[in-house]
Design a protein around this ligand. Sequence first.
Ligand code: DER
Length: 228
Amino acid sequence: NSTDAAKRRAAVWAAAQIEDGMAVGLGTGSTSALVIEEVGRRVAEGLRIKAIATSEASQKLALEWKIPMSDFAHLPQLDMTIDGADEVQEGTLYLIKGHGGALLREKIVAMASKKLIIAVDPRKLVKTLGAVFALPVEVVPFGYETTIRRLEDLGFESELRVTDEGKPYVTDGQHYIVHCKLPQVGFDAYEAAAKLKGTVGVVEHGLFLGMASKVVIGGLEGIEVLEA
Ligand code: DER
């Protein structure tokens, strides 16, 4: 459908930014799966790269496409990471990420990268963060009930992410995810990020502020590239 076509257009453009010899971070989610497929095609045509994945799922897919995978023991820094996002704020290019369940590794990989390219379809663009999606916050399972209360005390209406079977969703890092509703007025992203990181029991959150170098938006006709 048109959204898939838009995602693929963005994914192909992003994958084309990779140069021979680069160390690349591979994101997580359906758009990143299209990026990994395109990178796999380019590797089959002779592109020489080393890659690190942001989730076990992306690692598995990258291996299926015979992309040479490595780790931070061998690649202390990455030239570029390509990932998706749940929301991109117009103007600031602040991101909400994490609905793919991989925000912790995604943020670690993004922080180790010289450039972060975000590939999205047009639906992801928002004026205010949290307009469409709650903010995923990764928490330690032990005492998560008390951590949720602390998040509520900060003013975030919070709900534990559960699987279809009603069990807590468990991340690659063996943590839980809490979805926090962001206030739509008087919301200061940096203040919220600091409050979240200062909350006992919170491991990391899905606010990626000042991190995106470029955002490529796949449209119906072509693509648009926003730069930070
Ligand atoms: O979890 C994430 O941040 C992912 O990038 C993800 O949510 C984007 O998902 P999509 O590409 O499947 O829309």
